[in-house]
Design a protein around this ligand. Structure first.
Ligand SMILES: [Zn+2]
Length: 280
């Protein structure tokens, strides 16, 4: 991928799709391509069904600021509704950076019922005893599945992480740790702030343009302020590593515009959702 045309041709092949289900009062968003793949379970939580009080009201899965007992109860409900073994969770520690850690069964409970992991926004594993969890409010969740080497990766990509190519870093970590061939990967992006809603300062827009010169990522909103298409930024960093465009799927669901999702941009002080991915 060397020219803007290369990117645009690949971008046109990137899939869009999402599904939503409710179980035991818990809402879960999913990627159709990941649902169709065998050997994994994944999803992204919605706001409904929890015990947290305003301004976190609902199924808040972020321990930041909210009552810890309420969030733990929300996790109990989330695990029951999503069919996740509650003692299998390993959570990122959320540094808004690009660090990716390999985890396995000895890390179960880290960031949940045990001490946090060292600073990291990305996790990889090949251990079916582990459920990877990352936290989100408007930030992207990147999902990676290598069905050949039976390995998975999940990361939180805020704008700084996306700019720093944390997605590319997850893929490189999977290559190094598990021998993953990027052409075998399927990749997905969860609900997150959409290209029209992600208003930025001119300086931030220019940083993205400098880092991703092949992407026509700059837009303008109704107020005339610059916007950045983070979904292009996501796809671009997967494509750069050799992922096939038709194996990338974006949910295309905007957190700011969707009432049953928490959104930092819409609500300010608010709760968070969780992305999860596990081998089954
Ligand atoms: Zn939007």
């Amino acid at each position: 991928m060397n020219t803007r045309m290369d990117f645009l041709l690949a971008w046109a092949q990137v899939g869009r799709g999402w599904a939503y289900r409710e179980n035991e009062g818990v809402g879960i968003y999913t990627l159709p391509s990941f649902c169709a793949a065998s050997g994994i379970d994944h999803g992204f939580s919605a706001k409904i069904g929890g015990v947290s009080k305003a301004p976190f009201a609902g199924l808040n899965l972020s321990f930041t600021n909210d009552d810890r007992a309420a969030v733990l109860e929300n996790y109990r409900r989330f695990c029951r509704g999503a069919g996740i073994p509650p003692d299998s969770l390993v959570m990122d520690s959320y540094e808004h950076g690009t660090t990716v850690l390999r985890v396995d069964k000895k890390d179960r409970g880290r960031g949940h019922t045990r001490e946090s992991l060292p600073p990291c926004d990305g996790l990889v594993t090949n251990d079916p005893a582990v459920t990877l969890i990352t936290g989100h409010a408007d930030c992207m969740a990147f999902y990676f599945y290598d069905p050949v080497k039976r390995a998975i990766g999940l990361c939180h990509a805020g704008w700084r992480g996306a700019l720093g190519r944390i997605g590319g870093n997850v893929i490189q970590t999977m290559q190094r740790e598990y021998g993953t061939d990027p052409r075998d990967l399927i990749c997905g992006v969860g609900p997150s702030i959409c290209p029209q809603c992600f208003e930025v300062g001119e300086d931030v827009c220019q940083q993205f343009e400098a880092a991703f010169p092949l992407c026509p990522l700059r837009g303008k909103n109704g107020k005339g302020n610059p916007t950045v298409d983070l979904w292009q930024v996501a796809a671009c960093q997967f494509l750069e590593q050799g992922v096939r465009p038709e194996r990338i799927e974006l949910m295309g669901v905007c957190t700011r515009e969707t009432a049953n999702l928490y959104s930092y941009r819409r609500e300010g002080r608010t709760g968070g959702m969780a992305a999860f991915l596990r081998l089954v």
